[in-house]
Write a protein that binds this ligand. Structure first.
Ligand SMILES: NC(=O)c1ccc[n+]([C@@H]2O[C@H](COP(=O)([O-])OP(=O)(O)OC[C@H]3O[C@@H](n4cnc5c(N)ncnc54)[C@H](OP(=O)(O)O)[C@@H]3O)[C@@H](O)[C@H]2O)c1
Length: 376
């Protein structure tokens, strides 16, 4: 069944407000880039060259800080030719491990590449005496998966039967990140900042986990949309996450912060209608109830990206980060910039992303839509 007229009008109003110039322009900028920090910081990034890393480098440089990268030199080695790069491995037992960090000092470190407890402990213990603050990029996946709502930074985190495991799976990813957090805080008590993002989106995200929507909507035609449009969803623009991480260093904010946006409650309807509002094109939406989709084998999150109806991970509190100054650019900017970046890639690169597990193929979408219409 097509979107009803009332739903359409509601959603159009939402989309219009998303691109409303007054509110949009006043919130486009994240932290004020024209106000220089009082002190230029020397910042080490453990990582730096895939998705969040480049946004961190840009944010730090825009604020006048000096950046050093530490990584294996494999991912996008052409990036940042003017920045100091130290080559090594998070695993102290591989090649020269962390040796390149020895004998150096920094004001702060941002760790974007810690997934294994032993690796996080090694870098945190090595750097504890030579950095003032350690920002560890974690995830909201740390939270106990049985939690259904009301998740905040005090909520319990998932546990592993065997905390020494080093295999990352869907089940171990979150609890391992929680153990990394503990290792960092143990090495730098009171000097660690744990940032737990939700789904990170924006330019350079090659996972297609959000990009499916702008790409699909731009293609036009009848779009299969999950649920009734009212389900809450949360995302964070990679640039807002980067700006908040650097802000925490400048202000010396320590502790644990969920980094999920946008600022207020946001729904699946706002997400898709907001895309269309900034991309244009001719598509219509058919909202199909979750029960029907599940019966057809269509999964939330993977087949229908961003959409999560089970558990509490789409309504995580961002109060604490907002109190400390996290800013969210308007969703219209995120949607447009993501689409523009994706459109700038070669067809081969775009197709490679589409072939990943996120989103459903045009054929499958047509079959599900036909089954839905036939059932009415
Ligand atoms: N994407 C999401 O939606 C999402 C959601 C929640 C949380 N997060 C978290 O956000 C962070 C995002 O990371 P990102 O990949 O975008 O960061 P990034 O800093 O842009 O890229 C990862 C960096 O780590 C380096 N690296 C990987 N393995 C390494 C090793 N063994 N030793 C040394 N360096 C290594 C890579 O370079 P080389 O390959 O050259 O070594 C690369 O520079 C992660 O911590 C992730 O858990 C992501």
């Amino acid at each position: 069944m097509n979107t009803t007229r009332r739903d359409f009008l509601q959603a159009s109003a939402v989309a219009a407000s998303l691109v409303g110039l007054g509110s949009a322009t006043s919130r486009v900028m994240a932290l004020p880039s024209n106000r220089r920090p009082a002190k230029k910081l020397k910042i080490l990034i453990l990582g730096g060259t895939r998705f969040l890393g480049p946004a961190l480098v840009k944010s730090a440089q825009a604020r006048g800080h000096e950046v050093t990268l530490f990584n294996r030199g494999r991912s996008n080695p052409h990036l940042f030719p003017d920045i100091e790069k130290l080559i090594g491995d998070r695993d102290p037992e591989k090649n020269d491990g962390l040796k390149a960090l020895e004998g150096r000092t920094w004001d702060a470190v941002v760790d974007t590449s810690g997934y294994i407890t032993r690796h996080a402990r090694a870098s945190a213990e090595l750097l504890a005496e030579v950095v003032g603050q350690y920002v560890f990029i974690s995830t909201i996946s740390v939270y106990d998966e049985s939690l259904q709502s009301g998740i905040n930074e005090e909520s319990p985190v998932g546990q592993l039967d065997d905390p020494s495991i080093e295999v990352i799976t869907d089940g171990s990813f979150g609890p391992l990140k929680a153990l990394c957090e503990q290792a960092v805080e143990t090495a730098l008590p009171g000097r660690s900042t744990i940032i737990r993002p939700g789904l990170i989106v924006g330019p350079l995200d090659t996972t297609y986990r959000y990009t499916y929507w702008p790409d699909r909507i731009a293609r036009g035609g009848e779009v299969l949309a999950p649920g009734d449009g009212h389900d809450p969803v949360q995302i964070i623009d990679v640039r807002d996450l980067a700006d908040f991480s650097i802000h925490c260093l400048e202000k010396g904010h320590t502790g644990v912060y969920n980094a999920v946006g946008p600022e207020c409650r946001f729904t699946m309807a706002e997400l898709v209608h907001g895309c269309k509002a900034v991309i244009g094109g001719c598509c219509t939406y058919t909202w199909v109830p979750g029960g029907f989709l599940i019966a057809q084998g269509v999964s939330e999150w993977t087949d229908m990206p961003v959409w999560v109806t089970s558990g509490g991970l789409s309504t995580v509190s961002n109060d604490r980060a907002r109190e400390k100054g996290i800013r969210f650019r308007t969703y219209a900017v995120t949607a447009k910039d993501t689409f523009d970046w994706f459109s700038s890639l070669s067809e081969a690169m775009r197709e490679k992303q589409r072939q990943q597990s996120s989103g459903i193929s045009p054929d499958r979408e047509s079959r599900i839509l036909k089954a839905w219409f036939d059932s009415q």
